[in-house]
Design a protein around this ligand. Sequence first.
Ligand code: MGP
Length: 240
Amino acid sequence: MGYDNYNNGTEVAESGQAAAAAIYAGGNGNMVADEQFAAAAAELQPSLNRVLSSIDYDLCFKHPLEHTWTLWHWENDRTKSWSDMLSDVTSFNTVEDFFSVYYFIKPPSDLKVFNDYMVFKHGIRPMWEDDVNKDGGRWVMFLDKDSKELVDKLWHDLLLCTIGECFEYSDQICGVVINVRNKASKISLWTKDSHNQQAILAIGRKMKQLLQLREVELQYQVHKDAMVQAGPNVNAIYKL
Ligand code: MGP
C-alpha cells in the first residue's frame, strides 16, 4: 500500500504538467513564450516529482514498534470459566495502529466493573498458565481513592512506556493489565521471571518514576502465590 501511494506522487505531478500544458495550449499563440514555458516546466518537473513523492511517503509511512502487541478484553460472565471470558481483540505493531486502537476502545473509566483490558506481547496469553508467565509475577497498584481521570492517565502512560520500550530489561516484560473493580481498580505490569530480582526492581523503580507514582504503592506479587492465595491478600515480595 505504501509503495502504491509513493508512486502516486509521480502520477499526480505528471497529470499536473499535462493540465498546465493543456491550459497553456489555449493561450495567446505566442510561440516563443510557449516554448519558454515548456522548457521551464520540463526543468522544474523532476524537483516537483521529488517533493510530491516525499509528501506522499511521509503520509503513508508508519512508525514500527519493537514488538507486536495484542489487546485482550475480559468481561465477567458467571456462565463461563475465567479463560473463556477472555477474548483476543486485535494486534498492532506500529505507533499509528496503536493509537487507532486506543482511541477506538472505551477508556477504563467508561468500562463496567468486572471488565479488564490486557495488552501483551504477541504470542503470550494474559494468564498465569502461559509458558512465558508461569514463573513470573506482576508489579501492581491498587487505585481505590483515585479519580477515574487519574486511572485513565496511568493506564495510558503505562501502555505508552511499555510498547515504547522505556524499561531496562524490556525482554522481561510480558504485558500490562487493568482490572476495573468496585473496591479498587488495579493496574499491573507483568514480568516473566519472579527470581530476577535485579530486573524486577529496576523495572519497578522505573515504573514508579515514569508514572510519577509518589504516594501510590507498587507491590510485586508472584503469580504462583496468586494461584493459591486467591483474593486481595496475595503476599508481596517487594514493595516500592
Ligand atoms: P482478578 O480478576 O485478578 O482479581 O482475579 P479480582 O477480580 O480483583 O479478585 P481478587 O481475587 O484479586 O480479589 C480474580 C479471579 O480470577 C482469581 O481468583 C482467579 O480465580 C481468576 N483469575 C485471574 N487471573 C489473572 C487468572 C489467570 O491468569 N488464570 C486463571 N486460571 N484464573 C485467573
